[in-house]
Design a protein around this ligand. Structure first.
Ligand code: SAM
Length: 189
């Protein structure tokens, strides 16, 4: 672990994007920056907004109003709410489990969807929503760090999400940062 990574890890698992808090490590910022270029999305669905910093990074390379982020509660600061408004990020204060049909509809619309599972039960999110993916779409689940070396949390049941990958013929994206970013990441080629 590098000094920088250790300092970040010791901080408790947050970093910042443009000065705003994001519940990701710095590798995740690098991963998404690369992925936005390599497999560009038409829309992004983020399950679990948290403080809302990641939505901001994600919104920089997609058409306005094409980032949809869901949370049970609104944990965003005033600055983040303002940035979300300016960037056209659609915040849905909803329980994802009672809104499966509308999320499914969004995923399956034309244009590449990225579905990022970072809510309360990432494994169940992958198991529930992967069925709506179409060719070209990307799916990820955060807090996948079995060794807990570069990230404190491991909340993804890897055998279960791998079973989903087999069922829907999902493949690794080839992104070099995914493992260090603590993301399980696949796409449907
Ligand atoms: C780890 S945080 C998200 C962090 C954010 N993606 C980021 O990178 O900054 C997880 C969020 O999922 C939300 N959550 C948990 N269960 C949910 C549910 N059933 N529906 C919507 N959001 C939920 C929690 O309220 C929490 O804010």
């Amino acid at each position: 672990m590098s000094d920088w990574t250790r300092r970040h890890w010791e901080k408790g698992g947050v970093s910042s994007i443009l000065g705003l808090t994001v519940s990701q490590n710095a590798w995740a910022v690098a991963m998404f920056s690369d992925l936005l270029t390599d497999i560009p999305p038409y829309r992004i669905i983020e399950l679990g907004t948290g403080k809302g910093g990641l939505s901001i990074l994600l919104s920089l390379r997609v058409p306005p109003r094409h980032v949809h982020t869901y949370d049970l509660s609104d944990f965003r600061s005033g600055r983040v709410v303002d940035s979300h408004r300016k960037l056209g990020i659609q915040f849905h204060q909803e329980d994802i489990w009672t809104n499966e049909p509308s999320i499914a509809d969004l995923i399956s619309q034309d244009g590449r969807t990225w579905l990022l599972c970072d809510g309360g039960d990432k494994t169940r999110e992958v198991e529930t929503f992967a069925q709506y993916l179409k060719k070209g779409d990307v799916i990820g689940a955060h807090d996948c760090c079995p060794k807990r070396d570069v990230w404190r949390w491991h909340e993804v049941d890897v055998p279960r999400v791998e079973e989903v990958a087999r069922r829907y013929h999902l493949e690794p994206t080839g992104n070099q940062h995914a493992e260090k970013a603590a993301w399980w990441l696949r796409w449907m080629p």
